[in-house]
Ligand binder design. Structure first.
Ligand SMILES: [Fe+2]
Ligand SMILES: [Fe+2]
Length: 471
């Protein structure tokens, strides 16, 4: 089915036949547009951006490219196709037909899950609001805006579920999505990493690599949900999420590549003299963003997570591919814990450890890109290795929030931490240096000095293509 772009809200959920829902969403639309104008990408209203827009959920159909004025972007509601006779694959309802309506007894838990996921989507748009003013190229500016419009669409996806299935409380929650704001002291976003600043492009690429990847893992476990509309919504969102992580992985690779070029060319490690970002600074940013992102998975042992699992609301990553009973009555799972002055591997009931398992899956996935970056460094003949920090490092959530450790996971006293952490996390001087590099480059094909050109353009276009037109 192709989506009708003549409709105010493009969709494949039959909105034209559901007048109540259509009216609810049309009432929500002006507030959304106001929010986009006030807190979305700054000063972007007059630009034409080469964006991909979903016009159907078929492979090939969801990636249509063309120049679009962003305020005219059509944020639609798209669900992956239903799977015939889909069954719940885990928990106490395993084997039952997937729910097409919200089960009354799980209403508040489901709403909580949807609101928490939904809140992150506009939050990241707010965090990235000012980055357009310092884009390193038109190519990058376009990618930023692509990520932004899709996060906006992800908000639409969650708001559709709230309006469509949760009645009056759903409407109130949908309104609240536009009332909480990233970093707002009175009404902050729900999760901490989404209240941090994204002040420069190094942070942006780190965010899309590490924090959007948390999004991937949350969406993947919600895609297993017994509540079928949530599952189908998340399955379609995952296709878009992949691009966000690509932006992060390739952006960081290009920064690393540029640092390596300058090191080789000038035979020095002091690349700052030549306006590049040195590898130790990249490592510090990585330490920060990895630790903030693993916090998003929550407590290592969580009765909430266990309940969501047993109820069939939120599964594990690729649940159906795991070879076990999918109920986790007796099973154990390895969980690291603090014993005396060391961190050791213990064991906990697998059911209460589902967050930790998801964090493990996430960390393995994070390592893949890091391996590629290290190959770039090795290929340049440079002896340096980027390392993902130990999961206990710099944590604010979970068992390790009570201790201080080195990036290798050795426990430190508070005094030792005070003396040493400047070497592991971005210092105010590092941040000021990175900020000093940020300048707007908009000549087609040109790149800021601190970042290498990408390997290829978007959608088969050349690198000097006019990805963004300023009117
Ligand atoms: Fe998203
Ligand atoms: Fe994303």
């Amino acid at each position: 089915m192709t989506i009708d772009y003549q409709e105010k809200i493009p969709n494949n959920v039959n909105l034209s036949e559901d007048r109540r829902l259509r009216r609810a969403l049309e009432n929500w639309l002006p507030g959304y547009q106001r929010w986009w104008h006030e807190l979305g990408p700054a000063e972007s209203d007059t630009m034409d951006v080469y964006l991909r827009t979903a016009i159907s959920v078929e492979s090939g159909g969801w990636a249509n490219y063309g120049h679009v004025r962003m305020p005219d972007y059509r944020w639609g509601i798209f669900l992956a196709h239903p799977e015939a006779d889909r069954r719940i694959s885990f928990g106490m309802h395993k084997g039952d037909p997937a729910w097409q309506e919200v089960p009354g007894e799980y209403r508040s838990e489901l709403r909580r899950l949807i609101v928490t996921q939904g809140d992150t989507e506009p939050a990241s748009v707010e965090q990235q609001r000012l980055l357009g003013a310092t884009c390193p190229s038109l190519y990058d500016l376009r990618n930023l805006f692509q990520v932004n419009v899709e996060e906006g669409r992800h908000l639409w996806a969650m708001v559709y579920l709230l309006h469509g299935f949760f009645g009056r409380d759903g409407r109130e929650e949908a309104d609240a999505m536009l009332e909480r704001h990233s970093g707002d002291p009175d009404k902050p976003r729900i999760l901490n990493a989404f209240n941090e600043k994204t002040p420069d492009w190094l942070s942006f690429f780190m965010f899309t690599y590490f924090t959007d990847r948390d999004g991937k893992y949350q969406l993947a476990s919600l895609a297993e949900s017994g509540f079928d509309p949530l599952s189908r919504t998340c399955r379609f969102m995952l296709t878009e999420e992949a691009h966000h992580m690509f932006v992060g992985e390739s952006g960081l690779r290009r920064i690393i590549q540029r640092a390596c070029q300058i090191m080789a060319e000038h035979k020095t490690e002091e690349v700052r003299k030549f306006g590049a970002i040195d590898l130790p600074t990249i490592q510090k940013y990585m330490n920060f963003h990895f630790s903030a992102s693993v916090d998003l998975f929550g407590q290592e042992l969580s009765t909430n997570a266990a309940n969501y699992y047993t109820m069939g609301l939120k599964g594990r990553f690729q649940e159906t591919r795991i070879d076990d009973d999918h109920r986790l009555g007796e099973a154990l799972y390895p969980v690291s814990e603090i014993k005396g002055d060391a961190i050791v591997m213990g064991e906990a009931p697998a059911l209460t450890a589902v967050n930790e398992r998801l964090r493990d899956d996430y960390a393995v996935d994070c390592q893949r890109g890091v391996d590629k970056w290290n190959r770039t460094i090795r290929d340049a003949g440079i002896d340096f290795e980027l390392k993902i920090p130990h999961r206990a490092f710099n944590r604010k959530v979970g068992a390790f929030a009570t201790i201080r450790t080195t990036p290798e996971g050795r426990i430190l006293t508070e005094a030792e931490w005070d003396r040493t952490h400047g070497a592991w996390l971005p210092s105010p001087e590092d941040e000021a240096y990175v900020q000093s590099l940020m300048e707007k480059v908009t000549e087609p094909g040109k790149m800021a000095n601190w970042i290498a050109a990408p390997a290829k353009g978007i959608d088969g276009q050349t690198l000097d293509f006019e990805y963004v037109r300023f009117n």
